[in-house]
Every structure is written in structure tokens, then in C-alpha cells.
Design a protein around this ligand. Structure first.
Ligand code: SAM
Length: 463
């Protein structure tokens, strides 16, 4: 049973995506009915959370088994503290192919009665609740007029960003994400210059149950989508190397790379947005990684023409790095759960040129014999397979490489790539494994590998 609407998109964006998923090459390969069915499943599954919560564990600090036991103890304590209305058995499963991943099946959608007292939260906060988070005060947009701490409330997510702050009777498009207990009076949210920052609604009956990882073993477990963990392994960093992460904030992949190198060598992390830089430093510090050097810099301009520049900080001379990760800024259409995207087609299509500028810099900064990994969390051809096709014709020095592990599907038809090239690409396509009749635990690992966010990975060697 599906309790959610499908993702809500502008009609021009839906039409565009439909033309991508029903392109001529796909239609010739699978037929109209199958292509249409995959596209419809994609629209549905994007608004639902993946059926597993994935955490990457700090195997540079302790063994997987040790962390698994500690995590079990912590989550049982959380349950005893009553953050959940009913007791749920906690399953924590290792991934059969990825040595630093633990998977927790998500339980849902579960039946919950929607109440008339509503707390309205922003779409981002609503999505976090569907992945196990409580509601933090800054995420609250509206509440019942006389809400007091201790009141039981329903939490609804504002789909179109229309709720004005302080509203007490929001009538716009909204989706119910579960019930909780208010931890704060309405006046302490909206009638004060300094609203609190902590938990505003403790979720007791979320629609999807997944443990909250807030403050849980912060140095040992890191919430990260499965395909993002795969990226670090595909890059394959080795101790002592010099690696560039071109678009690094908040630093999930940067920290993974440093951990895979046993913190030996140098990981240079760049991001253009100053306010995000501190998050990379905080994550590196939390995970006790000292080999990470963080700079606020536009990576498209990170190649210096002056070979006498200080190679410690950007810009860098050409061929400065053993491996480069370009986890590119993208339209993000693979993110889940995502119940609404208000972007225009122009905005969605604005990423391809930016990604190409960054790609040019990536190729120049990479040593000969070095590895370049390009990844996105979106589902369009323009930002994925078409970029690979463009890269192979623009840079004759690049060849596609096999990926390890390869647990996603192959690349999508439609960008003129050969079958053997498509097989070297890794596309996580949740629509191919979306099946709501199966319980997540029964289907592991097949379902955990398929029912993820939409994601794309290409690996190149510079000859
Ligand atoms: N790799 C990150 C991780 O795993 O935590 C996520 C990166 S996110 C997909 C893309 C990032 O690229 C954003 O943080 C954005 O600020 C950054 N960005 C966008 N344009 C950039 C540029 N020209 N140079 C450097 N960073 C850029």
C-alpha cells in the first residue's frame, strides 16, 4: 500500500524526465510498456525512503563486529528511553561485499492515525523524519495555536514551501509523516528572539521507523547512502597517496577516502561555499582523521598556470594528484525521500555546463596513470551517461575502467555509448527493484543494493 503521493514536479520537468526514460534506445530495448512502467515506478519510489538505513563505520578505529555490537547496545538504550511507542526488534546487518557498511531495515509504512493538531515542517525536515530523525526546532514552520510541551501532535511536511513561519492553520499541500510529542511551547518557538535549537517534536509514531542516529557513536558510525560509500571504494585510494576531492562538503566521501588510506597520505578537500567548509573540518575531527586539508575554493579554477605556486594549497599545478574525485554538483533528482521538487527545467538543465568545467580541471590536475571518479546523485542522462560520452570524446587520454564493487545496474541507454561501455558504468536505479510487497529483511542483499537513492558512478584512467 502506498500512503504517499508520487514526487510532485513541474509538468515541464515530468515531461523531460519521461522523454529521458522513454528515449528511442530504451524503447527499442525494452518496449514501451516496460519503459513506461519503470518511469512510473521511479516517480513513486522517489517520494519514499529507501528500505534500508546505511551507516558507514570507522573501521580505521575499531572492527566492524565491535562497532556492530556497540551500535546494537546504543540503539536498545534509545528504545528503552521511549523514543518509540512500541518495541521494534533492531536488526543490524553487515553488507556481504562492503566491509565498512552496516544496514538497518526500515520498517514502514506503518499505520498511524493522523490527528487534528498539526505541526508543519519544511520539506527537508519532513524527509529527515521519514529517515528516522526527530523534528528539530528550526525545521518547524507552523504549530497549533496553543501548543504546549507534552502535547501529542501530527507532523506534516509542507510540499510546496508555502507555509509562512508561525502559521497555525496551514491549508496548503502537505503530507503526514507521523505523530510525536511536542517538547516545547509554541511561544518559545515563534514569540522569542532566540528560539531553542534542540528537539521540537520527539517522534513516537513515525510513518517509517528507523533509529535516530543523532549523537549515537559519533566517531564510529556515519550515516551515508550506500552508493556514496561505494564511491570511496571505487576510487580505491591507497596509503601515502595524494587525493583531490573537488566538491567535498559536507565531507562524507572525503572522510571515507582518508579512512580507506588509514589516514596516511593527503586528502585535499575543496568546496566553493564557505559556510559548508566548517562541516568538513568538524566531520574530519569527529572521525579522528588528520590527513584531510580543507580549502574554500572554486574547483573550476583550481589549476594553476604558474608551476612555481605553493603546491600545498589551491590553485595546484597540473598533474598534482594520484586520484581525483568529482562528486559533482547536480540536479539531485535521485535523492530519497523527496516528495516535491519546485525547480524549473532551466534549473535542472543548468548543471551540465558546470560539471564540464569542473571535469576539465579534474583531468588537468590528475597525474598520468591516475584515477578519476565522476559521480552524481541524479537520474538524468545529461548529467550522467552523456557526460561520459562527452568526456571520452573530449579527452582521448581517458579510458573507462571496471568498478569494484559493482552492485548497481549498468549505465542507461540513450547517450550513444556502446554496450561494453555501459557495462563499466554503475547506475543505481531504484525503479528497477521497487517492490512494496516484500519485507526489506527478507530480500537482503538484493533489495539493499537496488532500493537506494538514484546515483551514478563512472571511473576513468588517465593514460
Ligand atoms: N562530496 C560531498 C559528500 O560526499 O559529502 C557532497 C558534494 S555535493 C554533491 C556538491 C558540492 O559541490 C556542494 O557542497 C557545493 O557547494 C560544491 N560546489 C559546487 N560548485 C563548486 C565549485 N565550482 N567548486 C567547488 N565546489 C563546488
Amino acid at each position: 500500500m502506498s500512503v504517499f503521493p508520487r514526487i510532485s514536479l513541474k509538468p515541464e520537468v515530468t515531461d523531460y524526465l519521461q522523454s529521458v526514460f522513454l528515449n528511442k534506445e530504451v524503447l527499442a530495448a525494452v518496449g514501451h510498456q516496460e519503459a513506461e512502467s519503470r518511469f512510473q515506478k521511479l516517480l513513486t519510489c522517489l517520494s519514499h525512503p529507501p528500505s534500508y538505513t546505511c551507516v558507514r563505520v570507522s573501521t580505521h578505529l575499531a572492527s566492524l563486529e565491535e562497532i556492530r555490537h556497540k551500535l546494537g547496545d546504543e540503539l536498545r538504550k534509545q528504545q528503552l528511553c521511549g523514543s518509540s511507542a512500541d518495541e521494534i526488534s533492531i536488526q543490524i546487518l553487515p553488507h556481504p561485499q562492503i566491509p565498512d557498511v552496516l544496514l538497518l531495515p526500515v520498517d514502514g509504512p506503518r499505520p498511524a492515525q493522523q490527528l487534528s493538531s498539526e505541526v508543519v515542517v519544511g520539506a527537508q525536515c519532513g524527509s529527515a523524519v521519514l529517515r528516522g530523525a526527530h523534528v528539530f526546532v528550526p525545521g518547524i514552520l507552523g504549530s497549533p495555536k496553543y501548543m504546549k510541551a507534552g502535547d501529542v501532535v501530527s507532523v506534516v511536511s509542507d510540499l510546496e514551501g508555502r507555509c509562512t513561519r508561525g502559521s497555525s492553520d496551514f491549508q496548503g499541500k502537505k503530507v503526514f509523516v507521523g505523530n510525536g510529542v511536542a517538547q516545547i511551547d509554541r511561544s518559545d518557538i515563534f514569540c522569542t528572539d532566540k528560539p531553542a535549537k534542540g528537539i521540537g517534536v520527539q517522534m513516537v509514531e513515525p510513518l517509517y521507523h528507523s533509529p535516530s542516529f543523532d549523537g549515537v557513536l559519533p566517531d564510529l558510525v556515519f550515516l551515508q547512502n550506500l552508493p556514496s560509500v561505494v564511491v570511496g571504494h571505487v576510487l580505491g585510494p591507497r596509503p601515502g597517496e595524494r587525493i583531490l576531492d573537488m566538491c567535498a562538503a559536507p565531507g562524507g566521501k572525503t572522510c571515507h577516502i582518508a579512512a580507506l588510506m588509514g589516514d596516511q597520505g593527503e586528502v585535499v578537500a575543496l568546496d566553493k561555499i564557505r559556510s559548508k567548509i566548517d562541516k568538513i573540518r568538524q566531520n574530519a575531527q569527529m572521525l579522528q582523521l588528520r590527513s584531510i586539508k580543507v580549502y574554500c575554493f572554486d574547483s573550476a579554477k583550481a589549476v594553476s598556470s604558474d608551476s612555481g605556486q605553493d603546491p600545498q594549497g589551491p590553485p595546484f599545478p597540473p598533474e598534482s594528484f594520484d586520484r581525483v574525485l568529482l562528486d559533482a554538483p547536480c540536479s539531485g533528482l535521485g535523492q530519497r525521500p523527496n516528495m516535491s521538487c519546485t525547480w524549473s527545467l532551466k534549473e535542472i538543465c543548468s548543471y551540465q555546463p558546470l560539471q564540464r568545467k569542473l571535469f576539465h580541471a579534474a583531468v588537468r590536475l590528475l597525474k598520468k596513470g591516475g584515477v578519476l571518479v565522476y559521480s552524481t546523485c541524479t537520474v538524468t542522462l545529461a548529467e550522467n551517461e552523456e557526460q561520459v560520452s562527452w568526456a571520452l570524446s573530449t579527452f582521448p587520454c581517458l579510458t573507462l575502467q571496471p568498478q569494484e564493487p559493482h552492485i548497481g545496474a549498468e549505465g542507461m541507454l540513450g547517450a550513444g555509448l556502446l554496450p561494453e561501455q555501459l557495462r563499466l558504468l554503475q547506475r543505481f536505479s531504484p525503479e528497477l527493484s521497487w517492490d512494496q510487497t516484500e519485507t526489506p529483511a527478507a530480500a537482503l542483499p538484493r533489495r539493499a543494493d537496488g532500493d537506494t537513492i538514484g546515483f551514478f558512478i563512472a571511473k576513468f584512467l588517465k593514460n
